[in-house]
Design a protein around this ligand. Sequence first.
Ligand SMILES: [Zn+2]
Length: 182
Amino acid sequence: MSHNPYAPPQARVVTRATVSDDASAIRREGNTVVLVPDAELPPRCVRCNADAAEPIKERTLYWHTPWLYVLILLSPLIYLIVALIARKSVKLHPGLCAGHLVLRRNVILGSWIAALAGIALIVTGIGQSSGAASLAGIVLMLAGIIVGMVKGRIVYATHIDERRIEIKGCSEPFLASLPRRR
Ligand SMILES: [Zn+2]
């Protein structure tokens, strides 16, 4: 077999392709997980990095450019409509272990109970003309909604475009298992 001096060094080409595939599909950058579109999270708990409980539910994450928040000053309704049109989404399977699944379910249940108790308190306050009770009810309801929204989400997107997806909310043990940016 004759040697072709112009052929690319085969071994190096293969190695480079493999490394760049692994490194670019999913990696950590600081406390952010960076994925290419169509890449998937590993099937491990994003809180403690244990094996995730199967089956892992598919979740749709949404993101829009933070500039749109300026529209809230103009009109919350206009913001809502534009945000619904302009937002981008990605479907991922963020895993949780059995223990963290139960913990999340309890947090969501607790926040629902707080929100409903708050509504009951508002109604009672109105019925008895008690401003203090109504105010306490509003605070309890909002606290329930906010805690449920923030603590109930498993991970959240901080950027989505055609080439790059950024996910936050993953713990250090999970992040440490991912390749770093080279
Ligand atoms: Zn876990």
